[in-house]
Ligand binder design. Structure first.
Ligand SMILES: Cc1cc2nc3c(=O)[nH]c(=O)nc-3n(C[C@H](O)[C@H](O)[C@H](O)COP(=O)(O)O)c2cc1C
Length: 377
């Protein structure tokens, strides 16, 4: 078990939660990161991957990706790139922006990233990678962390060696997704592979990652790997309460009851407000259509609302949809403001939020990952 109440340390920072939000390009924007933090159970977050060169060139999109606010004290900006000078200068730009840490992407399997020697290609040339990392560590005071996979493919499981080399180079923590690049997002997460990385380092924390969507699965990863932390990506989108609930489970052994409707509606509205504040009303609403559909999964029969949120364009339209749903549900409530049991969604759907009776649901509701042979991604 994760020394349940032990403090986690990354570089100079000490904090209480052993749970981390994994970067998911296109999803882990500032509004979402704030929403999960506000729910609780999460201290450390990471941005989507940012191209080092774009950041140095002050590309507006790169600058938007590193935007943060005081509530997000412990944030790492994840950089990708393979040119040592660019990675060094980008790390300095992150530090100058007042951000807590830099994470280096060494796991991305997509060709656009590996083709320039970044992402999981960095796992194939240990000396070159260590040299690049040393240059970054020497250039800034903030901690540098690395996020990797288990290796390029099953014949090249370089993660333990790389982790050792990176620890010597001054990296402050390792995040490891328990799959190889060749596996993409298929197959299962290899917990023994994560355990080998934990065993390879001397003192820095290793944070395990992959397929955790329930408090029990997080506990299992801690127990099977000895990792210092567990990082959750897709599971946080299907259930933004997962950090709070998992933290509670790790401390007490109790599974909390699901958040009730009132809390879900409050969090959903807050999420939309943050999206509108960050992206403006039109783009913010459009981007929120997908998360809104995930929130609605726990609303029971909410056909009109679910259909409406796939096309709404303004805050007012959203409120009208929600008001319509609330009016519909009023006659079917128990004394606590929850739907009567016969209208409640199947609790089995809760963890993954996919409807097992709807074969199209997985495609429609899950976060799309690249498909087909990884070499053509
Ligand atoms: C849509 C999508 C985008 C991702 N973007 C990034 C990224 O920008 N940087 C990164 O290091 N990993 C990225 N990942 C990998 C995740 O951080 C994580 O390692 C992987 O999804 C496994 O964890 P999970 O099962 O908890 O989602 C991405 C994964 C997905 C599905």
């Amino acid at each position: 078990m994760p020394g349940t109440l032990l403090i986690v340390r990354i570089g100079p920072y000490e904090f209480g939660s052993h749970l981390f939000l994994s970067p998911l390009a296109g999803y882990t924007n500032l509004p979402f990161r704030l929403v999960v933090r506000e729910i609780g159970g999460l201290d450390w977050t990471t941005t989507d991957l940012v191209n080092a060169r774009s950041l140095i060139e002050q590309n507006p999109r790169a600058l938007q990706m590193i935007r943060t606010c005081p509530a997000e004290k412990l944030l790492a900006v994840q950089l990708f790139g393979a040119v040592p000078e660019e990675m060094r200068d980008a790390a300095q730009a992150v530090e100058a922006a007042g951000i807590a840490a830099v994470d280096i992407n060494m796991g991305c399997p997509v060709k656009k990233v590996t083709g320039i020697g970044g992402g999981s290609a960095m796992m194939t040339e240990l000396d070159k990678t260590a040299k690049l990392v040393r240059g970054m560590v020497a250039a800034v005071k903030i901690p540098i962390t690395a996020k990797m996979r288990l290796g390029w493919d099953e014949n090249n499981l370089t993660a333990p060696d790389l982790a050792r080399v990176l620890e010597d180079a001054g990296v402050a923590a390792i995040f490891v997704h328990g799959r190889t690049r060749a596996q993409g997002f298929g197959g299962t997460v290899n917990l023994a592979g994560i355990r080998a990385v934990v065993a390879a380092v001397k003192t820095i924390p290793v944070i395990g990652n992959g397929d955790v969507t329930t408090p029990e699965a997080a506990k299992h990863m801690f127990e099977e790997t000895g990792c210092a932390g567990v990082s959750i990506g897709r599971g946080a989108f299907y259930n933004p309460w997962i950090f709070r609930d998992t933290q509670h489970f790790l401390k007490t052994g109790e599974l909390r009851p699901e958040a009730g409707y009132a809390e879900r509606a409050t969090v959903m509205r807050r999420h939309l407000d943050l999206m509108i504040g960050f992206y403006g009303e039109d783009f913010g609403c459009r981007l929120f259509r997908k998360p809104a559909a995930w929130y609605a999964k726990r609303f029971g029969p909410a056909k009109e609302f679910k259909k409406g949120v796939t096309q709404f364009r303004t805050r007012a339209e959203f409120e009208a949809l929600l008001a319509g749903y609330e009016k519909w549900r009023t006659p079917f409530l128990d004394g606590h403001g929850e739907l009567l049991p016969k209208f409640r969604p199947d609790p089995m759907v809760a963890s993954f939020m996919l409807d097992p009776h709807d074969p199209a649901a997985k495609r429609r509701d899950s976060i799309p990952v690249p498909k087909g042979p990884v070499d053509v991604w």
